[in-house]
Design a protein. Structure first.
Length: 193
């Protein structure tokens, strides 16, 4: 059989090494960018939180996981009825000192006057319409007070078992982390808040 005049060029294994190294570098970059995006989303947009106490029962139960939208108040103001997560006030003395974030409902906004008589909460002279699940027994009354600018009066839906603005005063808006939008766990209780 006659020999071919064309010979096969030698294989350069450096090309294969470069393509493998390039592939690894691409994946490291993709994973790095994904991690940075995830951390950015968690820090500035949306975050999950765990409910450690029964202060928000029956709306939220111990062990529930919630999704908090951190940009909710970027262009709007918090409103009465909103459930929010916020930094625990330094004067908060009712719970575990290791808990740094709390979840409560806004019941009075800046400029409102709030007080209670028996188990009825009054805001600006009218009974507060609590169109959300809650336990009505107050135990700790609300002393009559006008809410300062950029402050909110916070209460747990479990009125008799909640350590809230009745105990540690009003909450500055700057301490609000975000608005609770979903209960995501347990799956059987998945719902909007």
């Amino acid at each position: 059989m006659p020999e071919s005049s064309e010979s096969t060029p030698p294989v350069d294994y450096r090309d294969h090494e470069r393509s493998t190294a390039w592939w690894v570098l691409e994946w490291v970059c993709v994973i790095g960018v994904a991690l940075l995006l995830a951390l950015g989303v968690r820090a500035y947009v949306i975050q999950t939180f765990y409910i450690p106490s029964g202060s928000m029962e029956p709306t939220l139960n111990v062990g529930d996981r919630i999704l908090v939208f951190k940009l909710a108040y970027r262009f709007t103001s918090p409103a009465i009825g909103d459930v929010v997560v916020f930094k625990a006030p330094p004067s908060e003395h009712c719970g575990d000192p290791a808990v740094t974030d709390l979840v409560k409902r806004i019941v009075a906004a800046p400029g409102d006057t709030i007080w209670s008589n028996g188990n009825i909460i009054y805001v600006n002279g009218r009974p507060l319409r609590q169109n959300w699940p809650h336990y009505t027994l107050l135990l700790n009354p609300i002393t009559k007070q006008k809410i300062a600018p950029n402050h909110y009066f916070m209460m747990g839906d479990n009125h008799p078992a909640s350590c809230d603005s009745r105990d540690w005063g009003t909450l500055p808006r700057s301490d609000i982390i975000g608005k609770v939008v979903l209960r995501i766990w347990p799956l059987s209780q998945f719902s909007t808040i």
